[in-house]
Design a protein around this ligand. Structure first.
Ligand SMILES: NC(=O)c1ccc[n+]([C@@H]2O[C@H](COP(=O)([O-])OP(=O)(O)OC[C@H]3O[C@@H](n4cnc5c(N)ncnc54)[C@H](O)[C@@H]3O)[C@@H](O)[C@H]2O)c1
Length: 362
């Protein structure tokens, strides 16, 4: 089978995705695009790319002879670039989240349907090794029927909101914390095989940065959700609170027990807890479980991307969808289901905590 000609736009975080894709035998790194010429010039020799394969203008890049475009630009560009890439006949792997507005979310779904091309959200946290193990546990019925999940992503990145030296605003400055909800909702909705239908939210004030009035500096946002199956999900997000190391946390409750990871990853793993009412006693309580981000059985090249072995398995699913002519596991509809609830929860918070319907796309 011929190699897929793959182009990449946005090369900072995108640099990790280039390495993750390049490790796949079906992929040829065929073009790079970034506003910053120095970034292009620095990366090009690693892939033997001449100047005609380097682009600073997306409009030229999107029309190049490519099979696939991987998008890792700031979120405000995701929808328009993904739609343009699909329309020009490319399959798309796009960083999360889908967009900042519900209209743009709907437009990405429409473009996927119209073009028949593969769109996949690059939601890597769904592919952490422990998440893949938990999927098996859930499928085997070890937790019984799931009815509640909670997730948090508290990661202080104040320096990425506004340059601390110059005061220059950065692209994340206007991003409400809970708009960035795919790392929390993605894994729990995958495990629950469910989607959000109603949302409310609460936003804390600006204790951390009282001098700032943008959305990005809100201390904390909480989203509370009803799901299509009648379950409840709660998420917590902050990008300014002092929690070091940052917290990536999931807990799920089912009719036979619960499972949770440790909030802090050390040496690419955390220690979580797991309880099963059939095999454990209340007196002894939950047992500790290791929650590694790396699959110990994966080949060495699985570590080329980053975030443990998550990106290796994510890329495998993406390429398999192209080769098998199927929708990707996190296709545009699913990607919007990982995105839209955060947009609606923020709106609900701004309206004082009302409950709002989350638009449905299936
Ligand atoms: N999944 C993850 O774990 C993870 C981690 C970090 C970032 N991200 C996502 O990756 C994306 C990029 O984040 P980042 O931290 O690399 O941002 P960044 O600001 O550090 O880098 C963005 C890069 O894109 C380039 N760029 C900006 N606008 C462009 C445009 N219109 N056309 C071409 N190039 C453009 C910039 O020059 C820069 O090189 C975001 O969507 C972010 O949410 C995901």
């Amino acid at each position: 089978m011929e190699e897929l000609q793959v182009g990449f736009v946005g090369l900072r975080r995108g640099g990790g995705l280039v390495r993750a894709l390049a490790a796949h035998p079906r992929v040829a790194v065929a073009a790079l695009c970034d506003l910053d010429q120095a970034t292009l010039t620095a990366m090009a020799p690693d892939f033997g790319l001449g100047d005609d394969r380097l682009f600073t203008a997306f409009d030229d890049f999107v029309n190049a002879a490519l099979d696939v475009i991987v998008i890792a630009t700031p979120i405000e560009f995701h929808a328009q670039q993904a739609i343009a890439a699909l329309e020009s006949g490319k399959h798309v792997l796009c960083e999360q989240t889908v967009a900042y507005t519900l209209d743009e979310c709907a437009a990405v779904i429409a473009a996927q349907e119209r073009t028949g091309k593969v769109y996949m959200m690059a939601e890597n946290y769904c592919y952490f090794h422990y998440m893949r193990e938990w999927r098996n546990l859930v499928a085997e019925g070890t937790l019984g029927t799931l009815f509640y999940a909670e997730a948090e992503y508290v990661h202080e990145i104040a320096d990425l909101l506004r340059d601390p030296e110059t005061g220059t605003p950065k692209w994340r400055l206007p991003r409400a914390p809970i708009w960035y909800c795919a790392h929390t909702l993605g894994p729990v909705l995958t495990l629950m095989d469910d989607r959000i239908v109603k949302a409310t939210g609460a936003s804390a004030g600006r204790h951390m940065h009282p001098e700032e009035d943008g959305l990005g500096h809100l201390d904390m946002e909480v989203g509370l959700f009803h799901t299509q199956k009648g379950n409840i999900v709660k998420i917590l997000r902050s990008q300014v609170a002092h929690r070091h190391p940052h917290s990536v946390y999931y807990t799920l409750y089912g009719t036979k027990g619960f499972i949770e990871n440790g909030r802090h990853i050390e040496d690419r793993a955390s220690t979580g807890r797991y309880f099963n009412v059939d095999t454990m006693t209340k007196q002894a309580g939950a047992q500790e479980i290791e929650c590694p981000t790396i699959d110990p059985d994966a080949p060495p090249e699985a570590l080329h991307g980053g975030h443990g072995t998550s990106e290796y398995f994510m890329v495998q699913d993406f390429i398999a969808a192209i080769d098998n002519k199927t929708k990707a596991p996190i296709d545009a509809v699913r990607a919007v289901e990982f995105t839209a609830p955060g947009i609606v929860a923020h709106d609900a918070a701004m309206q004082g905590g009302v409950w709002l319907d989350v638009p449905q796309f299936r």
